[in-house]
Design a protein around this ligand. Structure first.
Ligand code: AMP
Ligand code: ZN
Length: 117
């Protein structure tokens, strides 16, 4: 199900352009418009889920696993897996979520400090 007001649903529908890094029947990955690292890709499900808070164990376990294994494959394909990469899911505005269609950030290509801000 998609949400007509959702930016990432519009990217899935091809109504807003994006630089696609990977896609399959369940997910789409594209380069972040405001990259925070030399490689910064967002992996999103084709199904609209607003955030991790709205995801349910009975409906979404397989899909969420698919997002993570796809993130690892994309990191490998983009050449950032060897040196290490970070996957991030921001949940809620206070945690930095600005687009309410769940997405996994995949960041790499530079050293990444911990803890995050
Ligand atoms: P978050 O703040 O965790 O919700 O992440 C949303 C991300 O989407 C941010 O890193 C934005 O830079 C990115 N973003 C927003 N609009 C676009 C767009 N049209 N194409 C690609 N990335 C986008
Ligand atoms: Zn959406």
């Amino acid at each position: 199900m998609s949400n007509s007001d959702c930016l990432f649903c519009k990217i899935i529908a091809g109504q807003i352009p994006a630089k696609i890094a990977y896609q399959d029947d369940k997910c789409l990955a594209f380069h972040d418009i405001n990259p925070q690292a030399p490689t910064h890709v967002l992996v999103i499900p084709r199904e609209h889920i607003a955030s991790l808070k709205e995801a349910s164990a009975s409906l979404h376990n397989e899909l969420l696993g698919h997002l993570l294994t796809s993130a690892a494959k994309i990191a490998s394909d983009l050449g950032i897996a060897e040196d290490g990469f970070r996957t991030v899911i921001n949940t809620g505005a206070k945690a930095g979520q600005s687009v309410f269609h769940i997405h996994v950030h995949v960041l790499g290509g530079r050293g990444l400090a911990w803890p995050p801000g």
